[in-house]
Design a protein around this ligand. Structure first.
Ligand SMILES: NC(=O)C1=CN([C@@H]2O[C@H](COP(=O)(O)OP(=O)(O)OC[C@H]3O[C@@H](n4cnc5c(N)ncnc54)[C@H](OP(=O)(O)O)[C@@H]3O)[C@@H](O)[C@H]2O)C=CC1
Ligand SMILES: O=C(CO)COP(=O)(O)O
Length: 336
């Protein structure tokens, strides 16, 4: 039987990491808009711009030709930053065969529409089965071959099981779920809380503070996620608690680093120039606050992150704001 062809859109750190795994299991093509990245992957089997000199699977093919990459896809994987997804999918739409499933790797919410990326996929590519792969997955550690796991959520469990075999390796375990909303909301929200943790780390607040922020963040994330239709247990799983721990503690997390640099007094332009990679929480923070308001969910930590990023609030003031709140019942009160 012919093996399905996997096409990944986006030649950044995570698109390349997932493509490198898929290329073990199936013929795989990665589309990147940057010629130097494509040349790097095809000839030197590295992605030096995003992953340094870490070796990636030599079986992986790269191209700048979006139409050709999409036309051969039996499975399409979306790996560009959230604010670019609609435009890239729009370009792909005319070339994609009708039944092809789409898997989003993206951990962000669209500004303006407030949509999750699987919802954007369904708007731009109506009728395609769509799912999301999220979890504690720092790209460079996975390329280095350290053990990790993620959750692939799709409404159709059978389809999820067939894609599970394509996206996993012996060191990268892929679990399945039917809770697309929960897995996707968890992946987007943890970035805002990683920025909050970075505030504390940048202010050298200590380990207890970090644990407090992570634990209270999980409550906020769960409350909004459940209000949006996610299942409560999802938020204690890989895409929720798991990714929150990884992103809020890893020195590699771009979102946490944004929080640290803001606490050190750098502005967002300076931070973007230093990072040179996407930190989804910066753009998603305003969307999360809008969603919290619409769903009637109190999210003090997210509001403070939004205040710093979008309204010029000083990090130290955001911290004091959080600590001024009177603590109520740990699990039922709405206070931080
Ligand atoms: N890195 C990680 O550890 C993980 C990331 N994710 C998520 O994966 C998604 C992608 O992130 P990641 O790979 O890390 O991002 P990177 O910043 O590493 O790379 C972004 C990629 O997207 C491309 N891109 C950016 N804008 C556009 C556009 N308008 N049109 C076409 N291509 C574009 C970039 O191209 P160019 O180089 O030409 O700018 C680059 O190839 C994010 O939602 C992120 O949260 C999820 C799990 C782990
Ligand atoms: O999603 C990630 C780890 O699971 C990557 O986090 P950052 O985008 O903060 O680097």
């Amino acid at each position: 039987m012919r093996r399905p062809h996997v096409t990944i859109l986006g030649g950044g750190s995570w698109g390349t990491a997932v493509a490198s795994i898929a290329a073990r299991n199936a013929p795989t093509t990665i589309w990147a808009r940057d010629e130097a990245t494509v040349e790097d992957i095809n000839t030197r089997h590295i992605n030096s711009r995003y992953l340094g000199d870490l070796p990636i699977n030599p079986a992986l093919r790269a191209t700048t030709d979006l139409a050709q990459a999409v036309a051969q896809a039996d499975v399409l994987v979306l790996g560009v930053p959230s604010q670019a997804c609609r435009a890239v999918l729009g370009e792909a739409a005319d070339h994609l065969r009708p039944w092809v499933p789409v898997v989003s790797l993206v951990k962000g919410l669209e500004q303006g529409s407030q949509l999750r990326m699987t919802e954007v996929v369904s708007e731009v590519l109506p009728g395609h089965p769509v799912g999301v792969l999220n979890g504690p997955n720092i790209a460079r550690e996975i390329v280095q071959g350290y053990a990790a796991a993620a959750t692939l959520a799709m409404p159709d469990q059978q389809l999820a099981e067939s894609l599970q075999g394509i996206l996993r390796s012996t060191m990268f375990r892929v679990y399945t779920s039917t809770d697309v909303v929960g897995v996707e909301v968890a992946g987007a929200l943890k970035n805002i809380f990683a920025i909050a943790t970075g505030f504390g780390d940048g202010l050298e607040a200590g380990d207890n503070t970090r644990a407090m922020v992570i634990t209270r963040s999980l409550r906020e994330l769960t409350r909004l996620g459940v209000a949006m239709g996610g299942h409560e247990q999802t938020f204690s799983g890989l895409a929720g608690m798991g990714d929150l721990i990884a992103t809020c503690t890893s020195p590699h997390s771009r979102n946490r680093r944004v929080g640290i640099m803001l606490a050190q007094g750098k502005n967002l332009d300076e931070i973007a120039a230093e990072l040179k990679q996407v930190a989804e929480g910066v753009k998603s923070s305003s969307v999360v606050v809008e969603l919290a308001r619409e769903h009637g969910v109190e999210m003090r930590i997210a509001r403070e992150v939004d205040a710093v990023i979008n309204h010029g609030q000083a990090v130290v003031k955001a911290y004091r704001g959080l600590l001024r709140e009177a603590p109520e019942h740990e699990f039922h009160g709405e206070s931080w």
